[in-house]
Each structure stands twice: as structure tokens, then as C-alpha cells.
Design a protein around this ligand. Structure first.
Ligand SMILES: [Mn+2]
Length: 327
């Protein structure tokens, strides 16, 4: 599956990191539908991390949001409603858990998926990683990352299915898994069954998904392909670099991931990281950071982008003019 999309025409509304914020999501959809009706936008792009609320379960609208995106994509077409894979969606493909301090993100969504699990998993597996535009803006979830620069070809048609299949096969070769489960329990201090229930919402040992917690451990620790995906999605961008070096990394990232694009890619636009003030940040001449809701400071200053994909952009600060307040 081709993970790098090209958008050559049209006006695109771009939204980042909603993190289960149902109110922000409804505003995005409402705004897009109105723009669409007026001929002001014909594409909608989510930069990933649609799911995983930071608040209470009642405040977390992740499931309904994702189902709505799936529905909207079916109706308007996958080239008109696009969602990129974020680091908060990816763990659900593999069954790995994701936490930040005391906040465990993955168990809640695993439990809430219920009857929609198959549909959602299938959808997550199809998500692209990058959108390249005729404007020269390259969209991705997490933004420039030095280690990914030499991995463009490995990420280009990344095959989740292959990793899962290989891990299944390795586990099958182990034969009886009960010894492995015991070892797992010894290390973690809890029974495998309790952990599989907690993290993957399996019903019990007869559930066909019962081995998937073990499979997740296997993939995350043994499969180098998973590490490639992880680095790409969990990068902290400029953190740890002096500004001039980071700007060079951005340029190399654009050169690498822009190869074969409809136009020379000149600016990376991403979400993923909290912006210090307002709803966007010009990180440098090559990198623009968008914060529509969760990562805006404060939230109510969250922004979306409205991009004419056929109008060339040369510098990151030009995107400032394309931002609009969501609230
Ligand atoms: Mn993220």
C-alpha cells in the first residue's frame, strides 16, 4: 500500500491532533461542510491523533469521531477525506500499549471499540503517512525526524500486515504458548490473562485475539520494521538540536520525502507537539506546526489551515496567512 499521497488540485482544510475532542471535531466537520457548500474547500485532511482524549471517559469522543471520518470518507471518497496515521492510532494496529505518565491511552479505546473493532482496524491499516501537494507543502503527523531521512523507501509502502503475519508465524512455531504466558506474567507481576483483558479487551483464553498481547511484545522488541515506524511517528522534532542544525534536518527531510512529488516540497506542516502560544508555530523557515485543539495554547485558540494546493508556498511563515481560528 502506497503511504505517500499526492494532492495536485483543490482547496484543502487541514486539522491536527483532535485527541477525542468532540466539540472541536464537530466544529471541524461543520466548518468543512459549509466551506464545501460555498466552493471554498473540497478536501479535508486530518493530520492524525484523532483519538485518545486526555480527560475523563465521558469527555472522550474518539470512537464516534473515527466512525464519522470512516463514514465521510466512504461518502466523499478517500482522496477527499484523508486521515494520516498518528502515533496514537498506530498502537491499535499492533496491540501495543501507550501511556504518558499515569495516563494510559490505549486500554480505554480498546474497550470502547466493541463491535466496531474490525472496521476500525481495517481503516487504521489503510492510513497514509504523508501528503505531498502541488503547493510544495508536505503534510505528515509528527514532522521532521533525522532517523527517518534514510528510511523513505522502507516507509513508502509500509506493510503492517506483513509484520503481524510474521509475528503470528513465530508464535505458532513456539507451539504451546502457556510457558511464554507464564514468563510474561513473571516479568510483569500480573497474570497474562488479566493483562490481555486490560490492554486488549479480550474476553478470555478462548478469544482468538488472546495471543495478541504477546504478539505485540514480540513485534515491538524483535521487529526492526516496527522501530522504523516508531521513530517516524514519535519524533520530538527540534528538541535536542540547535536551531541551525534542525533547519538542515528539515531541508534533508523535505528532499528525501519530497522525491517523486508533484512539485518541489519546500515546507513541512505537522501537528503532534504542543505549540507554546496560539494555534500554530513557525518552527523555522521549513517547518510549520499546526495545533487545532489539544495542542493549542490555550485550546480555544486552535487553528485549521485552508490551503489552495495549486498555489505555491516557499516559506513556512506564509502558512500563517492560511490559518483560521476554529472557535
Ligand atoms: Mn502525536
Amino acid at each position: 500500500m502506497q503511504r505517500y499521497l499526492a494532492v495536485r488540485t483543490g482547496k484543502m482544510m487541514v486539522v491536527s491532533d483532535l485527541h477525542g475532542d468532540g466539540e472541536a471535531f464537530d466544529r471541524c466537520i461543520g466548518t468543512f461542510m459549509a466551506l464545501r457548500e460555498d466552493g471554498e474547500a473540497d478536501r479535508l485532511l486530518f493530520l492524525g491523533d484523532v483519538i485518545h482524549g486526555y480527560g475523563t471517559p465521558e469527555e472522550d469522543h474518539s470512537l464516534r469521531m473515527l466512525l464519522r471520518i470512516i463514514d465521510l470518507q466512504e461518502r466523499l471518497g478517500s482522496d477527499h477525506v484523508i486521515m494520516l496515521l498518528g502515533n496514537h492510532e498506530m498502537p491499535h494496529i499492533y496491540g501495543v500499549s501507550l501511556a504518558k505518565g499515569d495516563l494510559e491511552f490505549t486500554p480505554r479505546f480498546e474497550w470502547v471499540m466493541g463491535e466496531h473493532r474490525e472496521k476500525i482496524n481495517k481503516f487504521l491499516m489503510t492510513l497514509p503517512f504523508i501528503v505531498r501537494t502541488s503547493a510544495g507543502i508536505l503534510f505528515c503527523h509528527a514532522g521532521p525526524d533525522e532517523s527517518s531521512i534514510n528510511r523513505v523507501e522502507r516507509l513508502r509502502d509500509f506493510d503492517h500486515e506483513a509484520l503481524l503475519k510474521d509475528a503470528d508465524q513465530s508464535l505458532t512455531q513456539q507451539g504451546d504458548l502457556s510457558k511464554v504466558y507464564e514468563a510474561y506474567a513473571r516479568i510483569s507481576g500480573q497474570s497474562y490473562e488479566a493483562l490481555a483483558k486490560k490492554y486488549l479487551a479480550v474476553t478470555g483464553p478462548d478469544d482468538p485475539r488472546y495471543p495478541h498481547l504477546m504478539r505485540a511484545l514480540y513485534i515491538s522488541e524483535r521487529d526492526h520494521r516496527f522501530g522504523v515506524l516508531w521513530d517516524f511517528l514519535f519524533t520530538q522534532n527540534d528538541r535536542g538540536y540547535v536551531p541551525t542544525i534542525y533547519e538542515q534536518i528539515c531541508q534533508r527531510y523535505l528532499d528525501a520525502f519530497g522525491t517523486g512529488a508533484p512539485q518541489l516540497q519546500r515546507v513541512v506542516a505537522s501537528g503532534h507537539i504542543q505549540v507554546p502560544e496560539g494555534g500554530y508555530q513557525v518552527v523555522n523557515d521549513r517547518h510549520f506546526r499546526l495545533a487545532t485543539a489539544a495542542h493549542a495554547t490555550p485550546r480555544k485558540e486552535g487553528c485549521y489551515l485552508l490551503v489552495d494546493t495549486m498555489k505555491s508556498v516557499y516559506h513556512a511563515d506564509e502558512l500563517t496567512r492560511l490559518t483560521h481560528r476554529l472557535f
